[in-house]
Every structure is written in C-alpha cells, then in structure tokens.
Design a protein around this ligand. Structure first.
Ligand SMILES: C[C@@](CO)(OP(=O)(O)O)[C@H](O)COP(=O)(O)OP(=O)(O)OC[C@H]1O[C@@H](n2ccc(N)nc2=O)[C@H](O)[C@@H]1O
Ligand SMILES: Nc1ncnc2c1ncn2[C@@H]1O[C@H](COP(=O)(O)OP(=O)(O)O)[C@@H](O)[C@H]1O
Length: 326
C-alpha cells in the first residue's frame, strides 16, 4: 500500500446572505461559493510496520473511544508555519477518525498537510483539509461511498461539503445544502490576507449584536439579489459579477477589525472591479480583469501595512480529488 495524496480547494463566497440565528445557534445562509485554485494537500502514508500495541489514540477524546488510525501529523506549505492544532481537533484527523469509526475500516496512517490556503481568513482552509483527508482515507481504505463522505463532511463543518464538491454552488441551510451552478467563464482574484485573524463564531455573534441593537438591518428578501448573482456567474463576465458581489458579514467584521475596510478602500482606489471580504474575513478578495490587472493591484496592496500576503487565484476550481496515485 503506497501513500495517497488528495487536494481540496479554498473558496470565496461571492454572495453571502446571513439570515437570523436558528435555535441550534447556526445562521440560515444563502451563499454562492466559488472554489479557487489554491489547494490544501493532504498526504496519508500507511504505517503498518508500527506494531498496533504502540499505536496511540491521538484523538484522546470520548467521541472516538477506539484507536485513531492517525499516528502523526505534520504541516508544510506556504501557510504551514501558522499555529493550528495537531491533535484530535485537527480537522484532517477528525475527518479520518469519523470515517474510520463509521465504516470500521482502520488503516494506520501518518498525515501530512500542505497548507496553501491562508489560515483563519474566511477561505475555508480547515474545511479543505477535512475534505482532502476524507477523500484520501476513502481511497486508501477502499471506501466507495460519496454520500457517506458528504454526511461525515457536514458533521465536521458547514463549509466541508462545498470543499468536497468545488466549482460554483449555492449553499443554503447552514451553507451545507448545495446546488451546483453552471458558469461559462473563469474569474481572477487578488486576495489580500490580514496580519490579524478573525474567528468565525465571533463574527457571527457580532452581526447578531449589530442587528439586535438596530445598527445593521435584519436579513430581508434575497431572491432578486440571488437571481442577479446567478445570471452574472452564468455569463462568466467579471464586470457583471463585480456589480452584484455582496457579504452581509462585512459590517460586523469591519467593526471588529477596522483595517479590513482600509484594505477594501485601497483595492477599490487601485481600480479593482470589486472588493469583497471572503466569508467571515479578514481576507479581502479583489476581482480583476486578468493577469496584468492582477499584477498592478498586487504591487499596491503589498505596500499596505495591514496586508500580510497577496495571493492570486482563479475560479471556479474543482473539488476534492486524488492527486497520487493517479
Ligand atoms: C462564514 C463561512 C461562510 O462560508 O465561512 P468561513 O468564514 O468560516 O470560511 C461559513 O458559514 C463558516 O463555515 P464553517 O467554518 O465550516 O463553520 P462551522 O465550523 O460549521 O461552524 C463554526 C461556527 O460558525 C457559526 N456558524 C457557522 C455556519 C452557519 N451557517 N451559521 C453559524 O452561525 C456557529 O457559531 C458555529 O459554531
Ligand atoms: N486542519 C485544521 N484543523 C483544525 N483547525 C484548523 C485547521 N486549519 C485551520 N484551522 C483552525 O481553524 C480555524 C479556522 O481556520 P480556517 O479554516 O483556515 O479559516 P476559516 O474558517 O476562516 O475559513 C482557525 O482557528 C485555524 O487555526
């Protein structure tokens, strides 16, 4: 049995409408995801040579009382030096634990995660780690059940089903109920990551507070806006999409981190077709016309003190898939 590598994409929400908080604490979303060609890569190396008696359940929690198939976790890649958990709460480890527990198939592995999506930036890097780990473990363990991967993915996080699917899709419910959208074109983004991080639940709570205190409007009817977004996506025209991108979380995130609004202004003044915070932020995506436009904008954004990295990406990109063996 040889090593298996799978990739899963980061994302930007080109449209993010946040409904009111539901009884389970989650918010009902109507979002349009676009997968970007920045991929997390998860490699699983079987390690049968290590005797079972020394296998430790690195999950060490009550949910998976059995031994975890995961012996070790390492990180690499452009964003691999960022602090993320390497225990049972790592989303790739959690994905493997859940899939092994659900299927009863236990293949001992070492996990390597190559992080190419900015961490805690609203671009779904952790969700992509989970999606890639699910696909890689399924391949290694001979589990041929896409529905099970989707179910386990949704248990791990609302964004995981989209990382599995990729492309363009409307997400409803928690964002995990997906309907694919056809698009005829390719869109180019320049993404400015922040020197600061934002926690997703903190931004959702801040939006609730703004709404409860009357400082932000409660969610209204979304159908017309959504129809416009679907038409723009279908046209493949970046100028058309630029007119309709929208993110309800922006006022909450800008309140928590005013530097995001400054970065948005910098990109707008530099001629971006549109400026849009990705998900719960703080990464800002700028829609551009193509490579030359992207380069000009990159130079200007790199001069901003609030910007950590500037990354170019195009979408739509494909969902989680096996890279090796072919
Ligand atoms: C905001 C979005 C937009 O795509 O993306 P990110 O900014 O995280 O990338 C998502 O809704 C994030 O999805 P994901 O990060 O997978 O969320 P989860 O792990 O399931 O949930 C983390 C927390 O976010 C809040 N949450 C998440 C989804 C949702 N529809 N309503 C919520 O209120 C809840 O407080 C939950 O406890
Ligand atoms: N593989 C992972 N396992 C567990 N946590 C992760 C993983 N990758 C990132 N994180 C953590 O999850 C949180 C959200 O990160 P991430 O998924 O990158 O961003 P976002 O939710 O904003 O799209 C951060 O606290 C980050 O440190």
């Amino acid at each position: 049995m040889t090593a298996v590598t799978a990739r899963a994409p980061g994302k930007i929400n080109v449209f993010l409408h946040v409904g009111d908080r539901m009884d389970d604490g989650y918010h009902e979303l109507v979002t349009v995801f676009q997968a970007l060609d920045m991929y997390e890569e998860v490699t699983l190396r079987p390690c049968f040579d290590q005797p079972d008696t020394v296998v430790r359940n690195i999950s060490g929690n009550d949910t998976y009382p059995g031994l975890s198939p995961v012996h070790a976790v390492t990180l690499k890649g452009r964003f691999g030096s960022t602090a993320i958990p390497l225990d049972h709460s790592n989303l790739a480890v959690s994905a493997i634990n859940r899939l092994a527990a659900q299927t009863g198939v236990h293949v001992p592995v070492e996990v390597e995660i190559e992080k190419n999506v900015p961490v805690a930036g609203g671009m779904g890097g952790g969700s992509a780690d989970a999606a890639a780990a699910l696909v890689a473990y399924a391949k290694l363990a001979g589990i041929n059940d896409p529905d099970l991967l989707r179910t386990v993915g949704a248990e791990l996080g609302a964004d995981v089903p989209f990382a599995l699917r990729g492309g363009f899709a409307v997400g409803t419910g928690r964002g995990d109920e997906l309907s694919p959208i056809l698009s005829s074109g390719e869109f180019t983004w320049v993404l400015a990551t922040s020197v600061d991080e934002l926690s997703t639940p903190v931004v959702y709570h801040a939006l609730d507070d703004l709404r409860d205190s009357g400082k932000a409007p409660h969610a209204g009817d979304v159908q017309t806006q959504l129809a416009d977004v679907l038409q723009a996506v279908g046209s493949g025209d970046a100028h058309a999409l630029a007119q309709v991108v929208h993110n309800d979380m922006e006022p909450a995130a800008f309140g928590l981190l005013p530097a995001i609004a400054e970065v948005v202004d910098t990109g707008r003044q530099a001629g971006a077709l549109a400026a849009l915070m990705s998900g719960s932020g703080p990464t800002v995506g700028f829609l551009v016309e193509g490579a030359t436009h992207a380069l000009d904008l990159t130079v200007l954004l790199e001069a901003s003190e609030s910007v950590k990295h500037v990354v170019r990406a195009t979408g739509p990109a494909c969902g989680a898939h096996i890279v090796t063996p072919g």
